[in-house]
Design a protein around this ligand. Structure first.
Ligand code: SAM
Length: 266
């Protein structure tokens, strides 16, 4: 399977940062935190975390070697002090275990790639110190045009033999209510789960193709032979232009689900 492309992923960094800014607006970071960023990608959020909390230690973990390479390149540009307190490692968050180690478990736009989310969230609970906080965010935009059209395209006669089963193989992102129940059952307190929709103006529907080429299109392109990629992407773009009803500027609505919880004090 092709690795992630950090440059393509960061092409819309200003929009991808919006949910993280939302988290920062309410995450009460203190000094001397011990933070883990699960599925840290190219490390931009991990660096923000360390910049916003004095004398804290932050570790980013990601399964993608290309993402960790990009994250380490970003780390190398930081001050000596930040570099000393910041580390990145290739690792699978499905196997994440760290008994009572972290005061904050943070994860942005990564949990949706994992199948057994309850097990991951249980491990996150155990990884927290007493009173420690977990915050996660995932895309929950299955109703948006880009997602609907991608699913419909994969079911077209031409693509179905290769791409027909891909969508079913995705981990379903649950509702806030489902996650609230899950977190409470695991033992989290101060549980708060909710949707928030971000509005991203785009120059053209083709920009949505570029957005998804870095993320949601990867499972489709990974199973399609390289010489069919252009044809598939052109069909997808044509579908989006029809569905949005324009080749010009659009607003790309992106709903996300936020999960907050705290490990109770002892
Ligand atoms: C959409 S990117 C988000 C990156 C970063 N958190 C951000 O907000 O910019 C999803 C990331 O999750 C990582 N990922 C997916 N499955 C993973 C797993 N099982 N363990 C660790 N990282 C994983 C991918 O490699 C990718 O870097």
């Amino acid at each position: 399977m092709a690795d992630w492309n950090p440059q393509l992923y960061n092409r819309f960094r200003h929009y991808r940062a919006e949910p993280v800014e939302h988290i920062f607006s309410r995450l009460a970071l203190k000094d001397h935190e011990n933070i883990v960023d699960l599925g840290c990608g190219p490390g931009d959020n991990t660096v923000e975390l360390i910049k916003r909390s004095d004398d804290s230690i932050v570790r980013g973990i990601d399964r993608s070697p290309a993402m960790i390479e990009a994250a380490n390149a970003l780390r190398a540009k930081q001050s000596d002090d930040l570099q000393r307190r910041l580390s990145f490692a290739v690792g699978d968050m499905a196997r994440f275990e760290a008994e009572r180690k972290y005061s904050i478990v943070f994860s942005n736009a990564a949990l949706q790639w994992l199948r057994d989310q309850r097990a991951v969230l249980s491990n996150c609970f155990r990884a927290l110190t007493f009173g420690g906080q977990m915050v996660m965010q995932m895309p929950a935009n299955e109703h948006e045009i880009g997602k609907i059209e991608l699913g419909a395209l994969a079911q077209e006669h031409e693509w179905r033999p290769v791409l027909g089963g891909i969508e079913e193989s995705f981990q379903e992102v649950g509702s806030p209510e489902r996650y609230a129940l899950m977190l409470t059952e695991i033992g989290f307190a101060s549980v708060d789960c909710y949707y928030h929709t971000f509005r991203h103006p785009m120059e053209r529907p083709g920009d949505v193709v570029e957005w998804y080429r870095a993320t949601g299109l990867r499972p489709f392109l990974n199973v399609l032979s390289a010489n069919r990629h252009d044809e598939f992407l052109a069909s997808y773009r044509a579908r989006l232009e029809r569905a949005y009803g324009t080749t010009g500027p659009i607003t790309f609505n992106f709903r996300r689900v936020f999960l907050w919880g705290r490990r109770p004090e002892r």
